[in-house]
Design a protein around this ligand. Structure first.
Ligand code: FMN
Length: 166
């Protein structure tokens, strides 16, 4: 049984409970690395060819533009040998109530038939939003398990919650 953690995360300027802060590692990446240590699953980061801006306010506008347009921003790569994984843990931030659009690009480019999919979302108040519904739409043929939401500002203190869910 092989498991893959497929995740999207953005470092740089972000919003934490009322103020803007510059971070070197994105919240979701922190959780993804913890989960890889706990489970031994491999990590694969979804990276858009044209990343969203490091500036928070510009980024939220770019992400909203892509959401409203139903865009599928090009991603740099998809995992090799995707067939060999029977479990895929998806990790992503909540962007405007769902996954960032580059995650849609990646998920729609992969064949999830027969796989177990576990969605995890980091957020700043909206939880999983409608992302679980969107994951089910994108991962056709997968058994999508109940998701976990972790507040972005708590990712360094989420070990017990994460272990319980995993
Ligand atoms: C473009 C953008 C849109 C966001 N939209 C939401 C939202 O709708 N609801 C919410 O709770 N948090 C929202 N957030 C906050 C992120 O989901 C949260 O900070 C997350 O932990 C960021 O993960 P990352 O550091 O791995 O990219 C948004 C952040 C960005 C940058």
């Amino acid at each position: 049984m092989a498991a893959l953690i497929l995740y999207y995360s953005r470092a740089a300027e972000n919003y934490f409970g009322g103020s803007l802060k510059y971070i070197d590692k994105g919240n979701t990446e922190v959780v993804a690395e913890k989960a890889a240590k706990i489970t031994g699953a491999e990590l694969f980061k979804v990276e858009p060819v044209t990343p969203y801006s490091d500036d928070y306010n510009t980024c939220i506008n770019e992400a909203k533009r892509d959401l409203n347009a139903g865009a599928r921003p090009e991603v740099r790569a998809l995992p090799d040998d995707f067939d060999k994984y029977d479990t895929v843990i998806l990790m992503y931030p909540n962007y405007w109530g769902t996954m960032p659009m580059p995650m849609f690009t990646a998920l729609e480019g992969l064949d999830f038939t027969g796989k177990t999919v576990c969605p995890l979302c980091t957020h700043e108040g909206s939880g999983l939003g409608r992302s679980e519904v969107d994951v089910k739409k994108c991962c056709k043929g997968a058994d999508v398990k109940r998701g976990l939401a972790i507040r972005g500002s708590s990712v360094y203190d989420c070990d017990d919650m994460l272990k319980g869910w995993l």
